[in-house]
Design a protein around this ligand. Structure first.
Ligand code: SF4
Length: 326
């Protein structure tokens, strides 16, 4: 635009550091340039559509994108951390049987700036409601992050940049349903953030049943990809496992999981399930879950049981499905 170079830095600062959504607010930019910018460009800002507050202080928000599509993101406050759970796609092309998002079509990928904006908006909610900024980000909302690889990595680059949100990569976790080829690519790209794999069964027959993506990405292929990833990054991996009642809740299942864990340094998070109306899966009983976890621990597997948050507002794991607009 034949402007002086420092103007570009000013505008960059307004967009990425100050998260400005209107050219007219860029107060150190000349009025004339602000008008020229507004004539030529638009800022496709993400906006909070609605927020719901859980009795456990979790806040679920629907966000409206520039094209009227809606996604969901969640703020999860805990004693030692303030976590944002963000979406990476509008809907999801995978069809995990236990997940509400899996029953929606994938409409499109989110752009890197849209993922970044979700984080900024959830950070604002954390500061406004709890006076604490975000400490952690998990890519566990709607969508499969590794099927929107470039935008997810670009958003993390901005979130971790000192000219962005300046967050440590170690505070970010990307969770995948298991795309072997892309796990290898994470290794090649030597990423510094954490990787979690939604495993839920360490047996191909059972995993095929609940996660059809396993048909092209068998446990053997995933184990190979994870070993490659670890050899390149030296990052341990987290396996997420929901103990479903009468499906994968026996000690035999725990034994298969413990065996799978031997492939690379890892830990297991046992996640509480939140039944959805589309599917018949139920969470196993507390005794079964504890016996399952104890077995893993005895086998030397670092295991934690994670309670779900925001169940009363459908904000918990596997429940994101934009009910308001469906
Ligand atoms: S669990 Fe994740 S990958 Fe599977 S359908 Fe749900 S959003 Fe998609």
């Amino acid at each position: 635009m034949n402007e002086q170079a420092f103007r570009a830095n000013q505008i960059y600062d307004w967009l990425w550091v100050k998260s400005c959504t209107n050219f007219d607010d860029m107060s150190n930019v000349s009025k004339l340039l602000r008008v020229k910018l507004a004539d030529k460009y638009v800022i496709n800002a993400v906006k909070v559509d609605k927020s719901q507050f859980s009795s456990d202080r979790t806040i679920k928000s629907t966000f409206k994108l520039y094209d009227e599509n809606i996604i969901e993101g969640v703020l999860i406050p805990a004693a030692d951390r303030m976590t944002a759970c963000v979406s990476s796609q509008v809907g999801c092309s995978l069809t995990c049987k236990f997940c509400a998002t899996g029953y929606m079509d994938r409409k499109r990928n989110l752009n890197a700036d849209e993922i970044y904006d979700q984080v900024v908006l959830i950070d604002q909610q954390a500061k406004l409601n709890y006076q604490i900024p975000l400490t952690n980000i998990v890519y566990m909302g709607m969508g499969e992050p590794l099927l929107n690889y470039a935008n997810v990595l670009k958003s993390i680059e901005r979130i971790t940049s000192d000219t962005g949100l300046n967050m440590a990569a170690k505070r970010i976790t990307v969770s995948t349903a298991g795309i072997a080829k892309m796990i290898k690519k994470l290794g090649d790209d030597q990423v510094r953030f954490n990787l979690a794999l939604s495993l839920h069964a360490a047996n191909d027959i059972k995993r095929n049943e609940i996660m059809p993506i396993n048909e092209q990405n068998s446990l053997k292929a995933l184990a190979e990809a994870l070993k490659y990833y670890f050899s390149k990054t030296k990052n341990p991996v987290t396996f997420e496992y929901i103990v479903f009642d009468n499906f994968n809740d026996e000690l035999q299942d725990a034994a298969e999981l413990a065996k799978f864990c031997k492939h690379i340094p890892c830990k297991v998070n046992i996640i509480e399930y939140n039944p959805i109306s589309f599917a018949e899966y139920q969470n196993a009983g507390v005794d079964k879950i504890e016996a399952f976890a104890d077995y893993l621990k005895k086998q030397g597997v670092n295991t934690n049981i994670r309670r779900s948050r925001g169940k009363d507002i459908d904000a918990a794991c596997g429940q994101l499905a934009v009910k308001q607009t469906a």
